[in-house]
Design a binder for this molecule. Structure first.
Ligand code: GUN
Ligand code: ZN
Length: 441
């Protein structure tokens, strides 16, 4: 009998123009690594090596499959730090600001997730749409229904994506059909954590919708869940809209600020992610920085719902972790390229300028860092999970024309984020395996 030889892990490689970040370009001069003709070697779903083709190609084991993407850019998969999968079908709903928009469009759409078949169908579409847009990791809201969490985790698991999600907690100021209670919300969340958290690439987030829709008792229990389960995330909304901020002040006269309500409930800490963070003061920002909590900057949503302008410079100055979020369906695109385009414009209105390097860092390693996942994803350091996106600078006639006129990498990246969208995503790979390829020649 032959001795059993363990099969060697499968190796594959991709060739193209590689761009990734080793650090934050705002703080490090050589944070961006660029190989004009590069090769990324993947072994067993993880990055084995990344470097110049001239150096790596001769060393590849004979017969290694090599995908040739010369003329295209290869970047780490995008990280969407805030999105709502149940709002896929209400994207682009006309005419309201946050609180009216929730009542008129969001709550009725979320009611449909009481039906697990509906949840499964939307979750599949949502994950496919993320992949079509080059997004391989997301922190997503589900609905109050525990089965809506099962549906998204199952869809992400089938595609091997990194997914953070959780059951929405909401026990007041909402329609009866979406209301849980402090106790049932706690018990259902705990059961979901036990079923899903840290299973493969899936991670659980305790998900109080926002301060107005949870009683103080539910807020306390959400904080308790967050503390009782190390490694679990917490996601919520914070200081998005002025009427919302005034409402929180009315509900919590004892609190110094909106943020104080979360802090008081024990919800501030590492792996806590708060969407929007528009109407904060520096004391709040410092408190978030000290706690290690993250802000999710959601520019398309902030413009669409007329919420306000995010202050990225101040967040950076005070050392707060920041990621980028599409916030679909308040946000208007699943494309992280389009989200960067709008981020640039929001910052222009605030007298700030986002560089292309800063932008792509935010969409990749910066997002991963904000979620404490930068040891696993976000760039092509050996050992990282091999999620990547292949971007085509000639995807449309206008993008091709503008790209041809660019003199520098920075200019080409900027044209891609301003003019690019899902059409520019030629392929998306998850753990080294193709998960999406744009049809065509
Ligand atoms: N605040 C509370 N719930 C929501 C939501 O679903 N979307 C947005 N943008 N803000 C919220
Ligand atoms: Zn949101």
């Amino acid at each position: 009998m032959k001795p059993a030889v363990p099969p060697s892990p499968p190796v594959s490689a991709v060739r193209g123009e590689i761009v990734h970040f080793l650090a934050d370009p705002a703080h490090h001069a050589h944070a961006l690594e660029h190989f004009a003709d590069g090769v990324l070697v993947v072994r067993d779903g993880h990055v084995a090596e990344c470097g110049p083709a001239a150096e790596l190609l001769p060393r590849l084991p004979a017969g290694t499959p090599l995908a040739d993407h010369r003329g295209r850019l290869i970047l780490p998969g995008f990280v969407d730090t805030h999105v709502h999968y149940p709002q896929t079908d209400i994207i682009a709903s006309h005419g309201e600001q946050l609180l009216e928009w929730l009542e008129k469009y969001t709550f009725p759409a979320e009611q449909r997730f009481a039906d697990p078949a509906h949840a499964a169908e939307v979750a599949g579409f949502f994950c496919d749409e993320l992949l079509r847009n080059g997004t391989t990791t997301a922190a997503a809201f589900a609905t109050v229904h525990p089965a809506s969490v099962d549906a998204l985790f199952e869809a992400a698991q089938a595609r091997r994506m990194r997914m953070i999600t959780g059951k929405v907690l909401m026990d007041r100021n909402c329609p009866d059909f979406l209301r849980d209670s402090a106790e049932t919300g706690y018990a259902a969340s705990k059961a979901l954590i036990e079923r899903w958290h840290d299973r493969g690439r899936l991670l659980y987030a305790v998900t109080p919708r926002f301060a107005p829709t949870s009683t103080p008792a539910q807020m306390r229990l959400a904080g308790q869940l967050f503390r009782e389960h190390p490694g679990v995330f917490l996601q919520s909304h914070l200081a998005e809209n002025r009427a919302e901020v005034a409402w929180v002040a009315q509900l919590h006269p004892e609190a110094r600020s909106y943020l104080d309500v979360y802090a008081h409930a024990g919800q501030l800490g590492m792996r806590a992610v708060f969407a929007h963070c528009l109407w904060l003061d520096d004391a709040d920002r410092r408190r978030m920085a000290e706690a290690g909590a993250a802000m999710s900057f959601c520019p398309t949503s902030n413009l669409f719902l007329g919420s306000g302008l995010f202050d990225l410079r101040r967040a950076h100055e005070l050392g707060v972790r920041v990621g980028l979020g599409t916030d679909v369906g308040g946000g208007t695109s699943f494309s992280m390229l389009q989200t960067l385009n709008e981020a640039y414009k929001v910052l222009q209105l605030g007298g700030q300028s986002l560089s292309a390097a800063g932008a792509f860092h935010l969409a990749t390693l910066g997002g991963a860092h904000s979620l404490y996942l930068d040891d696993r994803i976000g760039n092509f350091m050996p050992g990282k999970e091999a999620d990547f996106v292949v971007l085509d600078p000639r995807a449309t006639p206008l993008l091709a024309r503008r790209s041809a006129a660019c003199a520098t990498l920075e200019e080409r990246l900027f044209a891609l984020m301003v003019l690019g969208d899902d059409r520019a995503v030629a392929a998306t790979h998850v753990m080294g395996t193709p998960a999406w390829r744009r049809p065509g020649p």
